[in-house]
Design a protein. Structure first.
Ligand code: KG4
Ligand code: ZN
Length: 352
């Protein structure tokens, strides 16, 4: 039998994503982003994101169908991000998915955004080359570290459709959010992650020893897999303020490199601790912060040193997208999972 053709819709933050897969094969991954509209505010404005999703939804669906070379009538199932994310933004995707499912008479699968990030790694296709590792079977169980502007979560995935456990997450800012806030105080544009990365390339990562949140022995006892980045951000702010107050120049490259090093250190210390504790020698990375050059570099070094196999999907599948949602939907169809009933609502805090 032919593998199911699944259309996935993602609207949890600022990206309107519509992806189409056949089983594990990626056919289309159309994206529209409202980031340009948010950048002058220095953060994603929920109402603007929701309105932009509404405007982009139909054209993005049409683009995905054209890219995949299929018609809407050929689609076997619809998948949509049910949460977590921005409530108003999620609601636009959920409404569109319901409308499609009802009008086409096809099953609808509401999926978790974080699990979707893991589902991205299943996809293969001519256009796909993983950033690190080989295309091939995703071996389970795996530890997954998901880092973006909206989430910083550590998961253990034993079965994609039935056994995903949240080990820990940030107790304050997301890692990407910390990059954005520190970039702002260094006078760099929003979103700041790529700018910090660029500036840090000329800096000394050992110049300033910024704090590593929740890594002291007492914190590791209570918050072993949780993250905290707000103390780090404050520490960078204080350090810069002191320099300015003393009338001394701020060594922006050194601050950026030292800050980046602290974030990367914490992320990988905790992720690799999970691999060791659970005796799972596999680590999957996902989310927009995976674009960070230093994160990828140190991840490769430390994973190799600990005998952990590292997987990093191509960046187009790490940032929020519809293909990862379609991929997870295809797994649910293949597993014979019941579709969602049509009365579910978007859930901004949906657990994994
Ligand atoms: O996954 P994503 O595109 O959107 C969501 O937040 O859901 O991630 C965007 C986040 C932003 O906070 C951005 O500053 C950060 O990822 N980011 C980076 C880099 N590129 C993007 N952070 C660090 N280094 C980068 N190179
Ligand atoms: Zn995401």
């Amino acid at each position: 039998p032919r593998e199911p053709l699944v259309l996935g819709i993602e609207t949890s933050c600022d990206e309107t994503g519509v992806g189409i897969v056949r089983g594990r094969t990626l056919l289309a991954n159309a994206i529209a982003s409202s980031m340009d509209e948010h950048s002058r505010f220095g953060g994603v404005i929920p109402e603007i994101a929701a309105r932009a999703h509404l405007e982009s939804m139909t054209p993005t669906i049409e683009r995905a169908l054209a890219d995949a070379g299929v018609t809407l009538e050929e689609v076997d199932a619809i998948a949509v991000t049910g949460g977590p994310g921005l409530a108003g933004a999620l609601m636009v995707g959920v409404s569109a998915a319901k409308a499609l499912a009802v009008s086409l008479g096809r099953p609808l699968y509401a999926v978790n955004h974080l699990v979707g990030h893991v589902g991205a790694d299943l996809l293969t296709g001519d256009a796909l080359r993983p950033a690190v590792g080989e295309i091939g079977e995703l071996e389970l169980p795996t530890v997954a570290l998901l880092v973006s502007g909206g989430h910083t979560s550590l998961l253990v995935v034993r079965d994609l459709v039935s056994d995903v456990e949240l080990l820990g997450e940030t107790i304050d800012d997301a890692a990407g959010e910390a990059f954005d806030k520190v970039a702002r105080l260094l006078g760099l544009p929003y979103p700041g992650g790529p700018h910090i990365d660029r500036v840090a390339a000329d800096g000394d990562p050992q110049a300033i020893r910024f704090p590593r949140g929740l890594t002291l022995p007492k914190d590791m006892a209570k918050h072993r897999y949780d993250f905290s980045f707000s103390g780090l951000k404050t520490s960078v702010a204080r350090w810069v303020e002191k320099r300015v107050a003393a009338g001394e120049p701020v060594p922006v490259a050194d601050v950026a490199a030292s800050f980046r090093e602290a974030v990367v250190d914490v992320l990988l210390t905790k992720a690799l601790a999970a691999c060791a504790d659970l005796e799972i020698p596999r680590l999957l990375l996902g989310g927009g912060v995976v674009a960070n050059a230093r994160l990828r570099e140190v991840a490769a070094e430390r994973a190799a040193a600990s005998g952990v196999q590292l997987r990093v999907p191509p960046l187009s599948l790490c940032t929020d997208n519809g293909a990862m949602i379609a991929s997870l939907g295809a797994q649910l169809v293949a597993a014979g999972h019941d579709p969602s009933s049509l009365d579910f609502g978007a859930d901004s805090t949906l657990p994994v």
